[in-house]
Design a protein around this ligand. Structure first.
Ligand SMILES: Cc1cc2nc3c(=O)[nH]c(=O)nc-3n(C[C@H](O)[C@H](O)[C@H](O)COP(=O)(O)OP(=O)(O)OC[C@H]3O[C@@H](n4cnc5c(N)ncnc54)[C@H](O)[C@@H]3O)c2cc1C
Length: 234
């Protein structure tokens, strides 16, 4: 994706968290207090979070639709093991009794994620309000390590070089019967305030990264068609 950065025109700011939005005034506020007025907004943030940020400005029906969107969360337990080339696979699904449902083999996706002489793995664990994680913190990590040993991915005498956890509160969109209607309700209302949705969590679709990229391109083209001379007004 970094290959596309030189093609961007205008200011690009990363690490800037939007904390509130006033759709009427076309005004957004960042966590550090700075405010931006916009002509068009393309949102990539999770749809329920976007509507929650608007507070009472969103009508009840829109807020109810956003609240009705269901999802699954993922906890990633990242392990750095002190032995290279543990497997030649890129990802492995575990439909059995391991706590993780999948291991993403980071070490084969990019050798740069491996320490010298080591190998990087991510254990992915799904959870939700009705299927919470059974363990927390170190106990969760220890269980992932023992499950990896049990399924033969590495051995008990292998050195664990590094461990960390990453939580993804929004990970998988859940396709229930109400999803399409809820998304349409929210999307149509947002369009009135010049706000477009782009991406997996914003459009609430099961996108992979290639779809997410195309979604961004389509959103940019749509805004360009609406307003040829766009720019942020600080
Ligand atoms: C566990 C898991 C495994 C996956 N495996 C694969 C795979 O193997 N192959 C594949 O192609 N895809 C995979 N995907 C899907 C892929 O990761 C997503 O489709 C893709 O990252 C979605 O891109 P996006 O830009 O729509 O959303 P994101 O990558 O989530 O980008 C949204 C952006 O919005 C920003 N944002 C959110 N809230 C705010 C805020 N308040 N203020 C400012 N910025 C904000 C975020 O920081 C983020 O940068 C996987 C997803 C998950 C969860």
């Amino acid at each position: 994706m970094t290959g596309f950065v030189p093609h961007l025109q205008g200011e690009l700011e990363t690490g800037a968290e939007v904390v509130s939005l006033q759709p009427d005034a076309h005004l957004l506020t960042l966590a550090d207090g700075r405010r931006y007025r916009y002509e068009h907004l393309i949102s990539t943030m999770p749809l329920p979070a976007l509507i929650a940020m608007m507070g009472d400005a969103a009508p009840d029906a829109v807020r109810a639709a956003a609240r009705g969107l269901r999802h699954i969360s993922v906890r990633c337990v990242n392990l750095g093991i002190g032995r290279p080339a543990l497997t030649d696979k890129h990802w492995i699904y575990y439909p059995g009794d391991t706590l993780f449902h999948r291991i993403f083999v980071q070490g084969n996706a990019s050798p740069q994620s491996n320490a010298p002489g080591g190998f990087a793995l991510t254990c992915e664990l799904t959870y939700s309000s009705y299927k919470p994680l059974p363990l927390k913190g170190q106990a969760l990590i220890d269980r992932c390590i023992s499950d990896c040993i049990r399924v033969g991915l590495f051995r008990a005498d292998d050195e664990i070089l590094t461990v960390n956890m990453v939580d993804m509160p929004y990970a998988y969109v859940l396709y229930d019967h109400a999803r399409a209607g809820h998304v349409a309700t929210v999307r149509q209302w947002l369009a009135r305030y010049d706000t477009l949705l782009a991406g997996r969590y914003s459009e609430w679709e099961y996108y992979n990264s290639d779809h997410a990229f195309i979604a961004g391109k389509k959103a940019a083209e749509a805004v360009k068609a609406l307003a040829p001379k766009i720019g942020l007004v600080r």
